[in-house]
Write a new protein. Structure first.
Length: 307
């Protein structure tokens, strides 16, 4: 370099200088390298607790997806959902749910009031597999079993024709009396509690039991009729706190009463017999039979002068 300025280099000198610089630069592997501690660097991504939480969320979403898939497959196989809707049932705007095929159900809980019915010209068939069919709402229960059908209710029951709204059968005794439905001739019950049992004026009232019949009244028992007959295979017991009144002609059939063809047994002491006698005022008393053809003429009778 001179006082007049930098010395100009020739083209050859410039090429040699450029070649030497490139050669030095290519041989220097540490050029631009700065040693840095990785722990001091800013780490990106989910690591540590955040990473574990992300893995748990992904696993939970996978489990929910599998459960949703199983529920969808069950609904599709049971309800038979297709492009045209459900193959086995119909939903109507009025809230009616109609089953179009045979359906297998266990327990159905309606949300509010429910009505079960069939088509107008078809029968409604409900079958229980070795189990009774029970319709229950509150305390009212209808049970259809193999050998019997029972209806239980604490508030009463009422059957009516839905088309004419005529009451066919009701247990509301306060507004009307209990009547059997038309066409029903007999009523079979284990126990009945009622104020009065009667028949119409043109037919008889028959009460039949296979075992023992007990008629009990809190305020007495009154049996009235044109003709009253009791047919029993065993004993008849009349029990009252105050009195028993037989008003009318009383006839006792002695065909089944024990009798003796001779008077030998009377004297042998094997039998103790009494004769039922009645006074003119209706008082009944008994007289022990000690001999044949014995009447009611005894000295200690309670009838007074006439008996």
């Amino acid at each position: 370099q001179s006082s007049n300025g930098p010395v100009k280099k020739s083209m050859r000198e410039k090429a040699v200088e450029r070649r030497n610089v490139n050669k030095e630069h290519n041989s220097n592997f540490k050029a631009g390298y700065i040693p840095i501690d990785e722990d001091r660097l800013h780490k990106t991504g989910l690591r540590g607790r955040k990473g574990n939480l992300a893995i748990c969320v992904i696993i939970l979403l996978f489990i929910l997806a599998v459960i949703n898939l199983i529920i969808t497959l069950v609904i599709w196989s049971v309800i038979r959902i297709g492009p045209n809707g459900c193959d086995s049932m119909e939903f109507h705007e009025s809230g009616l749910l109609r089953f179009k095929q045979v359906s297998d159900m266990g327990i159905i809980h309606p949300l509010y009031k429910s009505t079960v019915g069939g088509r107008r010209n078809e029968n409604l068939v409900i079958t229980g597999n070795n189990q009774p069919i029970v319709f229950q709402q509150g305390t009212t229960k209808l049970s259809v079993e193999k050998n019997k059908t029972s209806i239980t209710s604490d508030i009463g029951m009422q059957f009516f024709d839905p088309r004419t709204q005529n009451i066919l059968f009701s247990t509301d005794y306060e507004t009307h009396e209990f009547h059997l439905p038309s066409g029903v001739k007999s009523l079979n019950v284990q126990k009945a509690s009622t104020e009065r049992i009667t028949s119409n004026a043109t037919s008889d009232l028959n009460i039949k039991v296979d075992g023992r019949a007990i008629v009990r009244g809190n305020e007495g028992v009154f049996i009235m009729g044109k003709t009253i007959e009791f047919h029993m295979g065993g004993n008849m017991e009349l029990k009252a706190e105050n009195s028993i009144i037989l008003n009318g002609t009383v006839m006792v059939s002695t065909t089944r009463l024990p009798s003796s063809s001779s008077g030998d047994q009377l004297g042998a002491g094997e039998w103790v017999r009494y004769k039922l006698c009645m006074c003119a005022d209706g008082t009944l008393f008994k007289v022990q039979v000690t001999g044949q053809n014995m009447g009611c003429q005894v000295s200690d009778h309670p009838c007074g002068n006439t008996h």
